[in-house]
Design a protein around this ligand. Sequence first.
Ligand SMILES: Nc1ncnc2c1ncn2[C@@H]1O[C@H](COP(=O)(O)OP(=O)(O)OP(=O)(O)O)[C@@H](O)[C@H]1O
Length: 258
Amino acid sequence: MIDVKHVRKSFGEKVVLQDISSTMQTGKCNLIIGTSGSGKTVLMKIMIGLIQPDAGEICYDGKDIVTMDAEDRKQLRQQVGMLFQGSALFDSQTVEENVMFPLQMFTNMSYKERKKRVNEVLEKVNLKDANKKYPAEISGGMMKRVGIARAIVMNPKYLFCDEPNSGLDPQTSGLIDELVHDITVENNITTVINTHDMNSVMDIGDHILFMTEGLRQWEGTKDDIIFSKNKRLNDFIFASDFLQDAKAKRMEEVEEKK
Ligand SMILES: Nc1ncnc2c1ncn2[C@@H]1O[C@H](COP(=O)(O)OP(=O)(O)OP(=O)(O)O)[C@@H](O)[C@H]1O
């Protein structure tokens, strides 16, 4: 669990986060959504410890990363997996070498042990036969899978994904969402996802934080979202007639389940 408590951040005169509090839940996909410039990326960077907030706490299962000393931060970082936008793979390294990288950096595992672990995670992301391929030889969806494999190879307790579906077609996006959700549930990880993808919100939004102008506007689940009376949330999520229809359909489905 990651507890975000009263976080504030300004850059010069510009107030970017105004007293944000939220709890990122264990074993769930916690989605951060909001208009462009609402502060989602800054909040995620503060959570990871890349930006220092002006005020507030980020408690990883009770331990505040903001006030933690460098050694404890280093230890904590090893429990954090990150999937970057665009996957951020090393072009000159094979899939296997890319995934092995964190093990080489942070563990004393032998080559045989590392190779075994890499094969395990590549199998988990359905990329069994791609070990020797280079990033240029695989599709965008496969690159995301390699990025996910690298993010989970150290068995993290916390997983951060920055716009995991950017640049992917809807079908591939759905498969990536399903994979991240399965990994989260199976390993009981706290997963935080920054996204603009409304399909992800409706498919894997176990917990959703909606932000506008650095403020928490709304919080809830993918089922709560369709019944919410929050006008800003409704305008943001159900911006088109198509999505309005989808909302009506989902409302019926949820009512039937009750
Ligand atoms: N290092 C920085 N220095 C100054 N201003 C910054 C810095 N980083 C972010 N900002 C500002 O903070 C605001 C929030 O930016 P942020 O990137 O968090 O938005 P976002 O919600 O992630 O947007 P998007 O959905 O477009 O990625 C923006 O106005 C941005 O210009």
